[in-house]
Write a protein of this length. Structure first.
Length: 156
């Protein structure tokens, strides 16, 4: 129900914007472009009409280098709304309990930038090469974007 109300709100906002399809890559990250989708029983509509937008990151991977076990290791990924509709980051999840992530709480207006904060805290005994992922679910196409973090964990 909450998703339905959010979708209706985004559709209302999107009806005021013009449509523009693109497929580009940013220099330091990637821009995900929206794709045309077909509405049931009607003609094709641009995804912007459906409330989708695009985003880019300043980086897709963060390498901590060498870190010690049982320490906090923060990283920041800057996310920018590169589309014409508000960017709503619905969920940010991590692949492991040793990694936490904090998402922006408010929608990002077109052109606006915010941060996704990630903390990697390797547990005792979690040594050597470590690779983890941070999955972002947003109103974009594709629906999910995966960021990577890696480190070489040494004994404390």
């Amino acid at each position: 129900m909450k998703y339905l109300i959010l979708s209706i709100l985004i559709l209302t906002i999107a009806s005021c914007s013009s449509s523009d399809k693109s497929d580009t890559k940013a220099n330091k990250g990637e821009t995900y472009s929206t794709l045309a989708e077909e509405d049931e029983g009607s003609e094709n509509k641009n995804s912007e009409d459906l409330g989708l937008t695009t985003l880019s990151f300043d980086r897709m991977e963060y390498d901590f280098g060498k870190v010690k076990e049982d320490t906090d290791n923060p990283a920041v990924f800057k996310v920018t709304n590169t589309g014409k509709n508000p960017l709503v980051i619905e969920k940010v999840s991590t692949s492991c309990g040793c990694t936490t992530a904090k998402k922006p709480e408010k929608p990002l207006a077109p052109g606006e930038t915010d941060e996704i904060e990630v903390v990697f805290h390797p547990k005792e005994g979690q040594l050597n090469d470590q690779s983890k992922s941070v999955t972002i679910k947003a109103n974009t196409e594709p629906l999910m974007t995966v960021l990577k973090i890696k480190a070489f964990v040494e004994k404390k």
